[in-house]
Design a protein around this ligand. Structure first.
Ligand SMILES: [Zn+2]
Length: 245
């Protein structure tokens, strides 16, 4: 196994533990990373809760959403969320699907979009799109993304952006970097809580376009795998809090 692959696997285990510890993922939801040696594959755990995932749980999946080894451990039902994004967008390196409670009100509100209002969540941009599964597939679904057609529909709702909410369900977040994805998911949760609190106070001032655009746009700018990584104190902090040694 190459150093890049072993590092990606270690970081993916950490990402699962961190996102569970921070309340972004619970028993459900999942996070993945594109395979560093083969862009036509991505790494995602078998169907297991993020808090307890270990390296041995990680499965290679193709861009059709299927594990490369058939007959193995049970994969996640909603693995197609990840597959469709990786299939359509070569710049995406990491994807998270969560049911984070704080963002759910914005997934069903007919008047108030989730938007960047705190500086650490500028990647959200001005108005986070909402994907309604019923718009294309009607109401006779179980609301889960259980095939590639559903995944592609959800990916289209993201446009070229880093996030879409899923009506009454959760969200999908994409990034060109796994560690950045983890920070963005945690910031998304904080932003949603602050936005709800600010709404209760009345009118509020959102982040200006010129303030969020550089960060929003950079969330999906292709980043070379070997680009030097700065000192990521957030990653160290979150790892320590999650008990990841
Ligand atoms: Zn889900």
């Amino acid at each position: 196994m190459t150093d890049r692959l072993s590092q990606a696997r270690e970081d993916l285990v950490s990402a699962n533990r961190i996102l569970a510890n921070e309340g972004i993922l619970d028993a459900f939801g999942h996070v993945s990373v594109r395979h560093p040696e083969d862009p036509n594959l991505f790494l995602l755990s078998r169907a297991r809760s993020p808090e307890v995932i270990e390296d041995s749980d990680l499965l290679e999946h193709g861009l059709d959403g299927e594990p490369t080894v058939s007959g193995g451990p049970l994969p996640y039902l909603e693995r197609f969320i990840h597959a469709a994004v990786y299939e359509a967008r070569p710049e995406v390196v990491a994807v998270c699907h969560s049911h984070t409670p704080s963002i759910l009100p914005f997934s069903v509100s007919l008047t108030t979009p989730l938007r960047a209002i705190v500086h650490s969540a500028r990647f959200l941009g001005g108005e986070v799109p909402v994907w309604d599964i019923a718009s294309e597939f009607g109401h006779k679904t179980n609301m889960l993304v259980i095939n590639q057609d559903l995944g592609r529909s959800l990916n289209r709702a993201m446009g070229n952006g880093p996030i879409a909410l899923m009506r009454g369900h959760g969200c999908v977040v994409a990034s060109n970097d796994l560690q950045a994805l983890v920070s963005n998911c945690i910031s998304m949760d904080r932003n949603a809580k602050v936005q709800l609190a600010a709404t209760a106070l009345g009118d509020y001032t959102p982040i200006h376009t010129d303030e969020y655009s550089p960060v929003h746009d950079a969330a999906l700018t292709e980043r070379p795998w070997d680009a030097p990584r700065g000192d990521n104190r957030a990653w160290e902090y979150f790892r320590r809090r999650a008990g990841v040694s």
